[in-house]
Design a protein around this ligand. Sequence first.
Ligand SMILES: [Zn+2]
Length: 315
Amino acid sequence: MTLTIGVDVGGTKVLGGVVTPDGEVLTTVRRATPDDDSGQTAVVIAEVVAALVDAYPGVEAVGVGAAGWIDADRSTVMFAPNVAWRDEPLRDRIADKVGLPVVVENDGNTAAWAEFRFGAARGVSEVLLITVGTGIGGGIIADGKLFRGAYGVAGEFGHVRFVPGGLPCGCGRRGCFEQYCSGRALVREARALAEADPHRAARLLRLAGGQVDAIQGPQITQAAGEGDPAAIEAFGVIAQWLGQGLADLVSIWDPGLIVVGGGVAESGDLLIAPAREAYVAALGPRITLPVARIRAAELGNEAGLIGAADLARLR
Ligand SMILES: [Zn+2]
């Protein structure tokens, strides 16, 4: 049995795991992502890989899913809106340290591949995946293959401009989708709603110790689940943007299935149910024709590492 390692590198954590050909995760290792130091991040990735190789010495290759724009030959992170990488030769840096073949891939692509191979999109050959987490990630499966585009950066749905002249984004532009539909957007909305009408946000504010500025994502999820009107409305606001965005993406891609994952989507129907309603409304008369359904991702926060490991196996 060929074992490979997958590593998911996000803005806050580096999560690695040893994965079987069936997508089963045998063990994981987790470290914090270093702040503002791209070289140190490669060191941490190598440490995670070394710990996993100690546990399973037979592993054959390493796949790394990174939150950034990866070039077409899957070696260099050209740019990362939320990590300190600029033209970072990540594949070679890691390969030098671990002595195994390394493939680097965008983290939206790794998650899409994992859901296609082992999760919510099994058996569907045309799939769009969107992850709603700190920002928005995306991946496209076309004709049963990962679609990377000419320069390796297809599926960057988070940086489609939704609002000309809108909120500034880490990519250097304004009005990007992820500024309106993401964990950050959820927190911004919930704080604004709590500030405007503390009475409607009573439950949420209690969880945050009475401080509007202390409101964070997990408290919004908990408060919404307990019926807090402001927290529910905050989810509704970002769900509106999500439904609209997915309807627009369907007009371009006509997928057979849309999979929604990421940390904010793990709140389940708090996000996905109102997003479905907004999607149907945005589709308008199109809804009477065959059109993609929206399904929740199945593999949770291990999707990225599972997909990266599988892509390393198929390299
Ligand atoms: Zn952007």
